[in-house]
Design a protein around this ligand. Structure first.
Ligand SMILES: C[S@@+](CC[C@H](N)C(=O)[O-])C[C@H]1O[C@@H](n2cnc3c(N)ncnc32)[C@H](O)[C@@H]1O
Length: 221
């Protein structure tokens, strides 16, 4: 079955591995992809909501019967074996993702799709010594960030702008990233016009958006 672009994009960032965990799996589509393509030997499905987990258990019932997948209801990584090689956490806020990692463990490969506060996620991953090798925005109705972090790869050097906006967005920008910046900038300007100015935080955001847009444009050349 053809999935939404967001799911296909996330699947495209997953690496072949021995063991894979989908935290906050809900429907379980990404795990289905890993198992169907033979990209992992064993998969763990977990969700804090029993009702959500049930959807994945139904979708992946044959793999669970064969012993290739197992499921558990719980917070974050609490029921996931700590030796798991690759962990996907998608569709949650960045602060919640960080709480899951702090209360759980740090696997060799993380694929994360924070719904907000992506900059906090990037900062934390770099502090923990990960190399971030994929870090970009894509559009699928809304704009989404995807961040892949790995142990043992080159640690690309992040300046503050890369932390705020995403390394690949700044260095090798896509049309989706430009569209996102244009849209947010227009929203800020409309807000300022309606408020009659005097909103230093919004003005600072407009300046940051203008600067990242200009740098990304220069990096296109
Ligand atoms: C918006 S859905 C995203 C589902 C899927 N990961 C995706 O990207 O399409 C968020 C899922 O995360 C689960 N969730 C939220 N907080 C969680 C936590 N702390 N630990 C485990 N699961 C959590 C929710 O129950 C829900 O099923």
């Amino acid at each position: 079955m053809r999935r939404a672009k967001r799911i296909r994009t996330l699947c495209g960032e997953l690496l072949p591995c021995e063991t894979f965990a989908d935290v906050g799996c809900d429907h379980g589509y990404c795990t289905q992809y890993m198992l169907e393509k033979g990209l992992c030997r064993r998969a763990f499905l977990t969700d804090i909501s029993a009702e959500s987990l049930k959807k994945a258990e139904t979708l992946l019932a044959s793999y669970i019967r064969e012993g290739k997948a197992s499921s558990a209801c719980g917070f974050g990584l609490e029921k996931v074996p700590p030796a798991t090689e690759q962990v996907l956490i998608a569709g949650m806020g960045g602060e919640e993702i960080l709480e899951i990692l702090r209360r759980g463990f740090l696997p060799p490969v993380l694929v994360l799709q924070p719904m907000k506060h992506s900059f906090k996620v990037r900062r934390y991953l770099l502090e923990q010594g990960y190399g971030i090798d994929r870090d970009y925005t894509f559009a699928d109705g809304k704009f989404y960030d995807v961040i892949r972090a790995r142990r043992g790869v080159e640690v690309r050097e992040y300046d503050e702008r890369c932390i705020r906006f995403g390394y690949d967005n700044v260095k090798t920008p896509s049309a989706d990233f430009f569209a996102k910046v244009r849209r947010e900038r227009a929203q800020c300007l409309a807000w300022l016009a309606a408020a009659g100015g005097d909103a230093p935080e919004v003005e600072a955001r407009v300046a940051a958006l203008t600067e990242v847009y200009d740098e990304a444009q220069r990096n296109l050349r």
